[in-house]
Design a protein around this ligand. Structure first.
Ligand SMILES: [Zn+2]
Length: 338
């Protein structure tokens, strides 16, 4: 069985195609034969040793395919089912798991970060993380969903509690989470402002339903104008230091910054008075619970949403796919074919 193996921490150049033995599912497990797998920035960071994990490693949190073997005591799915995977494995026993808060499980493992992941032809997983894939999507589009769309759903609707009619600004449109936020926000009746340094990405955001698209430089003034001076309810800022000040200036009173990442660096200089005088909040999140994954899939089905796929690469060209994502020129997800 072919697998994309990480053999060092020198970036995409440390990825190579290898061979792994097929494994059989144990009790409660199934084997999923992947049709497509998608990349996340998390995978790129691991190729740079952030965080380091034992090598050789198989990365990848996102996968969609067909169940081709079923272990004992599995009643929920069967051979031939077309599935998409909830990208988190948790202990199922602790107080957090019992409360449906898998993101707070001390033993929580993301596929590909803590265990071998989806960037191979097949993977044995707990049957419970397999969900029927949305029928209106291709396997490639389905593979684009898990981590980015789960993260976006929790951020907007659990953490942000955003409602129909709210204005939300999506800074740096084009990445997986930002494009997921755009489509989910529009489905829920929010007003969306997208920003990008790239005019082509702004045009694409408008095609996908954004109400306003703005260049990245000095966008707060235009957001204030677009909202009639009220400011936005929320800004999803996954860029960080490069845009944070503009993001804060875009908010209305009691508005919030929502963040799940920082592509321009991890350290931030924050002028606190600018926050408290307008009662602003900073809310963070990462990934999401199993119940939120179900809600996300339900939205995708109900509103017939289609995740944009930037480009498809064969598994053997995985290193090139990683380099493409690392360059940051993509719009939507970078997807591999098994
Ligand atoms: Zn747990």
């Amino acid at each position: 069985m072919r697998a994309l193996e990480l053999v060092g921490f020198e970036g995409p150049a440390s990825l190579q195609l290898g061979e792994r033995p097929e494994t059989e599912p144990g009790p409660g497990e199934v084997r999923v034969r992947f049709s497509n797998m998608a990349l996340n920035h998390l995978d790129v960071f691991i190729t740079r040793g952030l965080p380091k994990r034992p090598l050789p490693a198989i990365l990848g949190s996102d996968g969609a395919g067909v169940i081709d073997a079923v272990g004992l005591d599995v009643g929920t799915v069967q051979v031939g089912d077309e599935v998409v995977l909830y990208p988190i494995v948790s202990c199922g026993q602790c107080a957090a798991c019992q409360a449906g808060q898998e993101v707070h499980c001390p033993k929580m493992a993301i596929l590909g970060e803590h265990t071998d992941g989806t960037l191979q032809e097949a993977l044995v997983v707990p049957a419970g993380i397999c969900h029927p894939r949305p029928a209106h999507l291709s396997f490639a589009e389905t593979a684009a969903l898990p981590l980015a769309w789960l993260t976006a759903w929790r951020l907007l609707f659990t953490r942000g509690q955003l409602k129909t009619g709210d204005w939300v600004v999506l800074v740096g449109i084009g990445g997986g989470v930002a494009t997921a936020c755009l489509l989910l926000a529009k489905a829920h009746g929010l007003h969306v402002v997208a920003t990008s340094r790239d005019a082509a990405k702004c045009a694409r955001a408008l095609e996908l339903g954004a109400d306003v698209a703005l260049p990245s430089t000095g966008f707060s003034r235009a957001v204030q104008e677009a909202t009639g001076g009220a400011g936005a309810r929320a800004v999803v800022d996954t860029v960080g230091p490069a845009t944070f000040d503009e993001s804060i200036r875009s908010l209305g009173r009691e508005g919030m910054i929502l963040t799940v990442g920082a592509t321009s660096g991890p350290k931030l200089e924050l002028l606190l008075p600018r926050m408290w005088f307008r009662h602003l909040a900073l809310l963070t999140s990462t990934m999401g619970n199993h119940s939120e994954f179900r809600c996300m899939l339900e939205d995708v089905n109900t509103y017939q949403l289609r995740p944009p796929v930037d480009r498809l690469f064969p598994l053997k060209d995985g290193a090139a796919a990683f380099a493409h994502l690392e360059a940051g020129e993509q719009f939507g997800k970078v997807v591999l074919s098994a």
